[in-house]
Design a protein. Structure first.
Length: 421
């Protein structure tokens, strides 16, 4: 009998909330409440389009941000695509973006025919450096993307001054910073348009989802046109300008799944408490770092309040522990029982896509082909050095009493171990 052919195993890819230190963190991201709502929505066939649940979520987002217009999208990347299209980014334009961010912050620009221009991050704050942004502005610059990375908040006063002087809009990527504020305002409500990811590991999770919000009716209408097919007839568009294109707009569909937004609606009501718990833990560990040689907290911009806390980076000062490598310190922290890593994000200018370019449309066409110069190591030295000094500690969302103290104790033990090597 011929041996049956074994079917190849299909690798699984599941990206939801990251594993926590179970004995220290009591948080459960998805609860019976989210599951019950998803079940109820399925039973009433609330499965597509701008349903009541979606509309209510968008209204709640407008209330929290203080913005006039908000629309949900299938993910944060499509929200940024919609924002870039909204501000008029197109072929031949340039978009300034920090190299230290996730690829979704800038990838939509290349599909709109625009060329990314990567800038430095401030070595102290690890966020977009406004002075370096100034140096990289050209007549082709059409937008600046400010990323509130890991939940830290950009210097929005400096960026908005640049915007006022040049007329270049600021797109805020708030994917890591749900509920973070700058001088009392939600991030995302300060620039011309804000974008959020609701992906499975984010503080407000839809599994997959995104939000765009703005006070500018032109940006909003264009965002609806490019990705909200069948959602715009008589409801979403603000101006008369584009109504002749209803109901199909430009035919693209970036609509969020209603069940995903239903899940996010429950998550959103938990955000304030989640931020309070995460913030208290992060701040307690940061205060404890005064007792840990070799580790320093990343400072915040005056007037800002972190939110989301999507990651917990600290700076490693090798000289304080005898010059041991970053990798040795990370290894020692893990041995002490604290899961720590080096930076999980590659700098974008070092990726082959942006370093070498790519013939996006074939025939040597597209923003990363032709006269595209590309990038090489050393082109953004401040950010390259910054990232080589970052260690990421675990984020605890509902820590047991004394968890921060236990983490600090373990970090101190790791530092002492490294110093003796």
């Amino acid at each position: 009998m011929a041996e049956e052919k074994r079917q190849p195993e299909i690798p699984e890819f599941v990206q939801t909330a990251r594993a926590q230190i179970e004995e220290l963190d009591r948080w459960q991201q998805i609860t019976e409440e989210e599951a019950r709502l998803a079940y109820e929505m399925a039973l009433r066939n609330e499965l597509s389009g701008g349903t009541p649940t979606v509309r209510q979520f968008e209204q709640r987002w407008r209330e929290l941000t203080g913005l006039k217009y908000a629309i949900t999208t299938v993910n944060g990347t499509s929200a940024i695509f919609s924002a870039l299209f909204g501000v008029g980014v197109g072929p031949g334009d340039e978009v300034i973006c920090p190299t230290f961010t996730w690829i979704g912050s800038i990838a939509p620009a290349i599909f709109l025919g625009a060329r990314p221009v990567f800038c430095e991050s401030d070595p102290r704050t690890m966020l977009i450096d406004p002075e370096d942004v100034r140096r990289r502005i050209t007549p082709r610059t059409k937008a600046i993307i400010a990323v509130h990375l890991w939940g830290w908040v950009c210097d929005m006063d400096a960026l908005m001054e640049i915007s006022r002087e040049t007329g270049i809009p600021i797109i805020e990527d708030c994917s890591h910073a749900h509920g973070a504020t700058y001088k009392g305002r939600w991030v995302g409500s300060i620039g011309q348009v804000g974008c959020w990811s609701l992906q499975g590991t984010k503080p407000v999770s839809a599994g997959e989802g995104g939000v765009l919000a703005t006070n500018d009716p032109e940006i909003f209408d264009r965002a609806c046109l490019v990705g909200q097919v069948n959602r715009i007839a008589g409801v979403d568009l603000v101006q008369e300008k584009y109504r002749y294109l209803q109901p199909l707009g430009l035919g693209m569909k970036f609509r969020a799944h209603p069940v995903a937004i239903g899940i996010a609606s429950i998550q959103l009501e938990k955000l304030a408490q989640l931020n309070a718990r995460r913030g208290a833990y992060v701040e307690a560990v940061e205060q404890g770092l005064a007792e840990v040689p070799g580790l320093e907290p990343i400072p915040t911009i005056p007037g800002s309040q972190r939110g989301g806390y999507y990651g917990f980076p600290v700076r490693y000062v090798a000289e304080e522990v005898g010059g041991a490598s970053l990798e040795k310190m990370v290894e020692a922290i893990n041995r002490a029982g604290v899961p720590a890593t080096t930076c999980p994000y590659p700098l974008l200018h070092t990726l082959p896509l942006f370093a070498e370019g790519f013939d996006l449309y074939t025939g040597n066409r597209g923003p990363l082909a032709g006269d595209y110069a590309g990038y090489k190591k050393g082109d953004l030295p401040a950010t390259e050095k910054l990232v080589s000094e970052l260690i990421f500690l675990p984020v605890l969302s509902d820590p047991i009493p004394g968890a921060a103290e236990l983490i600090v104790k373990s970090l101190r033990e790791a530092a002492e171990l490294v110093r003796k090597l």
